[in-house]
Ligand binder design. Structure first.
Ligand SMILES: Nc1ncnc2c1ncn2[C@@H]1O[C@H](COP(=O)(O)OP(=O)(O)O)[C@@H](O)[C@H]1O
Ligand SMILES: C[C@@](O)(CCOP(=O)(O)OP(=O)(O)O)CC(=O)O
Length: 443
């Protein structure tokens, strides 16, 4: 019996919301310290069986036997009729990929999934700690526990893909770029199919590669895959070709917040539906061409200035410690004189004001008035460099970049009453291999 374990981080899109859906624009994606985990056990067998257990959610279990159709494709069938499209599409793509590679896929595989507290509401959950890791156990099934918006499905698909790949690829190594790219490509395909749409994929990219500057792949890559059910199609061959032999032309440059700064995430708790927001913004964009293109260009100018200013800060932290410490002091004192600080703060204000215009013109709550008021109060606090609504915006969350010593979390300001500051930090790395013993005693 072989055992291995993997983990992948959640995400926050600090700049690049909506624009990242277009291949032309660059976005700044931060990986977060909340991780999803998979622990995989496998043994050779006469038939393929895959069991996925998510014991934190009322012992949710999905058990698949595999059917071979007339074209030789492998189709997972949940034996109790239970549905988890993310699990099913992951199994389907990984199995058919390795089947097309002529690898032996005859294994009995059991994968346990664990998810760090940040992904779901902690209400009514019971905390279990085994001395190494802490997980919340809920009385409800996964679909009935409210999410916080860190991208649970992308992390699930990424760690599940890694668990399965590690069974079929003996020397699978998360530090090998080629292996990482295999996980990324397979996970993007499965995630898009399970979601029923091709999003920008920044969440799967962050789960795999960590904090990155991200520019998307072309949606056509995934849209051009034939349907699994198409007659006479060898689906695995197509996946193999797409995943292994196609250049995806996407960017994932590693980034890191400048030294002395940290990310604070505030959960606002009401929630918004990304799909509806995206549909409204697309409608606004198309109805308002060519002015809408100018608005996007203006947002992109803000995004680029934000990104290049953080690069300048990172460089200064290495090359001129004295000047850098003065910059940090200016943030602490709330008096921005250095150009890099005024550039960062102005770039985010510019992005926000453009999104407020889109919100008004397109009747879409990207930065609703309550969030504007909240962010305006946040950026007045000492130690705060800037703050924004991450991702699609709406009523979900706010992100704050602040100094390590900033104590906004302890502020008694009544405008922060409805904000829950999450116990999270920025994380550099994406997919990691973990010690299997870290999960001992969790069932
Ligand atoms: N810990 C988990 N165990 C099993 N399935 C999970 C887990 N976390 C997420 N999922 C799957 O992902 C789905 C949520 O995906 P989605 O609605 O896209 O939310 P998110 O924005 O968090 O990715 C769940 O309904 C379930 O199918
Ligand atoms: C609008 C977007 O560009 C960003 C959405 O970011 P969120 O972090 O809000 O995402 P979800 O987890 O999917 O709700 C859509 C996209 O890039 O797919």
């Amino acid at each position: 019996m072989i055992q291995r374990a993997f983990s992948a981080p959640g995400k926050a899109l600090l700049v690049g919301g909506y624009l990242v859906l277009d291949q032309e624009y660059e976005s700044y994606v931060v990986a977060l310290s909340s991780r999803m985990h998979s622990v995989v056990e496998s043994k050779p067998s006469d038939e393929i069986k895959v069991k996925v257990i998510s014991s934190q959610f009322n012992n949710d279990t999905w058990e698949y036997s595999i059917l071979k159709n007339s074209a030789g494709n492998l189709k997972p069938l949940e034996i109790n009729g239970l549905k988890n499209p993310f699990v099913e599409k992951t199994i389907l793509n990984v199995l058919n990929f390795f089947n097309a590679k002529k690898s032996n896929v005859n294994y009995e595989i059991t994968i346990k999934i664990f998810s760090d507290p940040g992904f779901h509401s902690e209400n009514e959950s019971k905390v279990m700690f085994n001395g190494k890791k802490k997980f919340n156990f809920h009385k409800k099934t996964i679909t009935n526990v409210p999410k916080t918006g860190l991208g649970s499905s992308a992390c699930l698909v990424t760690v599940l893909t890694s668990a399965l790949v590690s069974v079929f690829l003996n020397d699978f190594n998360v530090n090998n770029e080629e292996n990482l790219s295999l996980i990324h490509n397979l996970a993007q395909v499965a995630h898009c199919q399970a979601q029923g749409k091709v999003g920008s994929g920044f969440d799967v990219a962050a789960a795999t590669f960590g904090s990155i500057l991200y520019q998307r792949f072309s949606a056509d890559l995934i849209n051009s895959l034939p349907s699994f059910e198409d007659e006479g199609i060898n689906y695995g061959e197509h996946v193999l070709n797409l995943v292994n032999n196609t250049d995806w032309h996407f960017t994932h440059h590693r980034i890191q917040l400048p030294k002395g700064l940290r990310l604070i995430m505030g959960d606002v708790n009401t929630g918004s539906e990304t799909t509806k927001l995206v549909a409204k913004v697309k409608a606004w964009y198309n109805d308002n061409m060519p002015e809408s293109l100018n608005v996007y260009k203006s947002i992109n100018d803000g995004n680029s200035k934000f990104i290049s200013s953080l690069t300048i800060m990172n460089e200064l932290a290495g090359s001129n410690v004295e000047e850098y410490n003065l910059i940090l002091k200016e943030i602490e004192q709330g008096e921005f004189k250095h150009k890099v600080l005024t550039d960062i703060s102005e770039s985010i204000l510019k992005i926000r004001s453009n999104f407020r215009n889109i919100s008004k013109e397109g009747s879409v709550d990207i930065e609703p008035a309550v969030q504007t008021e909240l962010l305006n109060n946040v950026i007045k606090q000492r130690g705060v460099l800037t703050a924004m609504i991450p991702g699609a915006g709406g009523y979900d969350a706010i992100s704050i970049i602040a100094t390590n010593d900033c104590n906004i979390k302890k502020s008694s300001d009544s405008s922060f009453e409805n904000v829950t500051f999450l116990d999270l930090k920025q994380e550099n790395f994406g997919l990691l291999e973990e010690e299997t013993s870290s999960y001992d005693s969790f069932t």
